[in-house]
Design a protein around this ligand. Structure first.
Ligand SMILES: Cc1cc2nc3c(=O)[nH]c(=O)nc-3n(C[C@H](O)[C@H](O)[C@H](O)COP(=O)(O)OP(=O)(O)OC[C@H]3O[C@@H](n4cnc5c(N)ncnc54)[C@H](O)[C@@H]3O)c2cc1C
Length: 326
């Protein structure tokens, strides 16, 4: 098979959100390249739902050692799949797994690698895919063209629309052998610490209320938590706030944090550095609250409120409570 292979995850019989985003990108590329779409699947799980999103072949490695994520073992399995599938493009999510494995997989395949892709299309010849990624912290974009195939590509989360169902289609599954051995694992999981999260996930939230250094300390996040609760949203933060230890780093939004695409993003006490704005370009409406009228965040914002958040948030919260009944 020459075409596009998507590293896929199926949860309870349904492709995960990030898999649907990859399949959305793959469908676009497949139409331009006139190439089939395949899926790489590790472990067990019903793969039939993938066929409904344009996948023609599922390449699966099933092995007890793949139950827990271990980079070296997953890498061996993915290499086996890539060699069996011989794709032009191997698509992976730009999350921690993609960051862990994409470059290593490309090295093993002697392939090129393009990471954090935000857009893809196909050159007029219909043969060469083009991958766009942000440069200079989002101030510019770079278009990359592979000089040879295969190419391993990671897609920035939340930048591609999830694939639309492609009808009730049939596909086939190919079992790929990967002789895995615990000795091949060069690291060992010692402890797993689950962070307690309540409410809606930051990446999935329709409303995100984020705070930055301008909040002055961890207690500054209290009214943001309250506003997010009333609006049924999630709380995010700038890197200055997470670096200061005011909130966990899992709440960081931006180039090196999470990418969010809510209907409403409220930035409180955030200056709007390009690295922060790179994570919110998918937001439909951005509201900024900042004491400095010259702050860069007002260039990104659709609505700007100049003033101290301590004066602005209480009446805003009270009004939202009235309207939302929270
Ligand atoms: C490689 C790299 C990657 C990075 N990745 C990220 C990233 O993913 N995410 C990210 O956020 N940053 C990232 N950064 C850091 C980024 O460059 C900025 O330093 C950071 O975003 C600044 O955070 P801030 O806006 O909270 O703080 P500041 O820039 O200090 O801004 C604070 C703002 O609060 C306002 N303010 C002060 N008091 C009040 C008040 N009482 N009420 C209202 N407003 C007030 C001020 O006017 C100011 O505009 C990265 C940097 C680098 C070099």
């Amino acid at each position: 098979m020459a075409g596009i292979v998507v590293l896929s995850k199926v949860e309870n019989g349904v492709p995960s959100r990030s898999t649907l985003e990859l399949l959305g990108g793959a469908q676009r590329l497949a139409a331009g390249l006139q190439a089939p779409v395949g899926a790489a699947l590790l472990g067990q799980g019903d793969a039939t739902s993938l066929y409904g999103y344009g996948v023609e072949i599922v390449f699966r490695v099933d092995h007890p050692l793949l139950k827990e994520y271990q980079a070296d073992l997953h890498l061996i399995a993915l290499e086996r799949i890539a060699r069996a599938a011989e794709p032009q493009v191997f698509l992976m999510p730009g999350d921690s797994l993609g960051r862990d494995l994409a470059a290593r997989l490309a090295f093993r395949l002697k392939a090129g690698v393009v990471t954090e892709v935000i857009d893809m299309d196909v050159e007029a010849s219909g043969k060469i895919p083009r991958f766009t990624r942000q440069a200079y912290g989002g101030k510019a974009s770079a278009v990359m063209v592979p000089k040879a195939f295969p190419v391993v590509v990671t897609l920035k989360p939340r930048t591609f629309d999830p694939a639309a169902p492609a009808g009730d289609k049939q596909g086939r599954e190919v079992s790929v052998e990967a002789p895995l051995d615990p000795e091949q694992a060069r690291t060992r999981l010692v402890e797993r610490v689950l962070e307690e999260t309540t409410g809606v996930k930051l990446e999935d939230a329709r409303v995100v209320v984020s705070g930055g250094r301008g909040l002055g300390g961890p207690e500054g996040f209290d009214p943001l938590v309250e506003l997010a609760r009333i609006l049924k949203g999630a709380v995010g933060a700038s890197r200055a706030a997470t670096d200061a230890g005011w909130v966990p780093s899992s709440m960081q939004v931006g180039q090196t944090g999470k990418t969010v695409s809510p209907d409403l993003y409220v930035a409180v006490g955030i200056s709007g550095a390009t690295q922060h704005v790179a994570g919110i370009t998918g937001a439909k409406t951005i509201v900024a609250i900042n004491t400095d009228p010259e702050s860069s965040i007002f260039k990104a914002a659709h609505l700007g409120i100049v003033g101290d958040y301590k004066a602005i948030l209480p009446p805003l919260i009270a009004r939202c409570r009235e309207l939302m009944g929270g």
